[in-house]
Design a protein around this ligand. Structure first.
Ligand code: CP3
Length: 321
């Protein structure tokens, strides 16, 4: 999941120098450096490209900014007419620096360390485009989808096209695999889960594989719960990210039996550390380590997480697996 960021002093030192977070994402030299920071410090098995899912709205012409605290801000899409102001396709020129970051990192990483690219899933990206910020339940996007179903479907289609094109270029620049983050999949009602999570993600996978036949892809529909079974049936990803809320028996019997899984330590257990962290780690290894499995968090590292807890986690996982 997210491995760079504010919990790292070396990241904060670079972040302080940039006014706008997106300037960092579009600065290949600094973005490559931030991508490599967690690898140098922790010797992880894979590096996660430093960028953000909101570069896609930016490439569609929507203004995106990040406050020092308080998360992303976008010019909210209030109604159908606002969609008409977006570009019909992403401007690849805007994203060129991201591909250059990938080329730089790929050159520097040892052969044994994978490089992971990513994009946001259409539904999750649409929630930020419509609300103009993060919300706890994505009510603005859900309301928009009910009120203006055709305009909403057109937005999702445009994000499918843009995301697929973006991932294809990431592969061509040198990533080994990509993850599709559907952080807000869990708030969708059942038919919406099918239309706005499963179908668009399946289209992205198909489009990417048409250009890059053996493209390796990981899906992460956070909060999907038992609908994760529908997700793996409908989206032909190579592996599935599990969030920290999922039932272990369900995930092992119904999901890991069908697809390799990745996850799913509660980021809060990592922040707390000590015996809480050890017990949570052991439970995950007991549940999943006998099948195809990547140990990971169930979401991103929280900014207040002490570095010593991450070191403790890595030592424990490496000693047990
Ligand atoms: O390892 C990495 O950190 C890789 C890069 C990465 C970032 N964002 C950098 C980032 C990745 C993989 C993302 C994905 C992302 N971005 C998602 C999906 C995954 C998830 O966490 O759910 C989402 C929903 C976003 C949108 C976004 N970007 C939000 C809601 C925020 C604010 C949250 C926060 O922690 O402040 C961001 C900002 C952001 N993206 C930061 C980083 C390192 C922190 C910004 C800062 O330093 O000011």
């Amino acid at each position: 999941m997210r491995q760079a960021g504010r919990y790292l002093p070396e990241y904060r030192a670079i972040r302080r120098k940039a006014d706008n977070f997106l300037d960092l994402c579009f600065n290949p030299k600094l973005a490559a450096e931030i991508t490599l920071q967690p690898i140098r410090r922790f010797a992880f098995d894979a590096a996660v490209l430093f960028s953000d899912i909101l570069v896609i709205p930016h490439a569609l012409g929507q203004r995106v900014s990040f406050e020092q605290a308080g998360g992303p801000r976008l010019e909210a899409l209030k109604d159908e007419s606002a969609l008409g102001k977006l570009r019909p396709e992403i401007d690849q020129g805007v994203l060129e620096p991201v591909y250059e970051t990938i080329e730089r990192v790929a050159k520097e990483l040892p052969e044994s360390v994978a490089l992971l690219g990513f994009c946001g899933a259409p539904w999750t990206v649409a929630t930020y485009m419509i609300a103009g910020m993060g919300t706890s339940d994505q009510l603005p996007a859900r309301e928009f989808a009910y009120r203006h179903p055709e305009a909403f479907a057109a937005l999702i289609d445009s994000l499918v096209e843009g995301s697929a094109a973006y991932l294809i270029r990431q592969f061509k620049a040198g990533v080994d695999a990509v993850q599709i983050f559907d952080t807000w999949a869990g708030v969708l009602p059942p038919d919406g889960f099918h239309r706005y999570c499963i179908e668009p993600c399946a289209k992205i996978v198909a489009k990417a594989r048409k250009d890059v036949p053996n493209a390796k892809m990981i899906g992460f529909p956070r909060g999907a719960g038992t609908r994760l079974k529908n997700y793996v049936a409908g989206v032909p990803v190579d592996a599935v990210g599990l969030d920290w809320m999922i039932d272990f028996d369900f995930a092992r019997d119904e999901i890991q039996s069908r697809r390799p899984v990745q996850g799913n330590l509660d980021p809060l257990a990592l922040l707390i550390g000590g015996k809480t962290l050890d017990a949570a780690t052991d439970r995950i290894i007991e549940a999943f380590a006998s099948g195809p499995f990547i140990f990971n968090l169930g979401h991103g590292v929280l900014p207040a997480t002490p570095i010593a807890h991450i070191e403790r986690l890595i030592a424990r996982v490496r000693s047990l697996c």
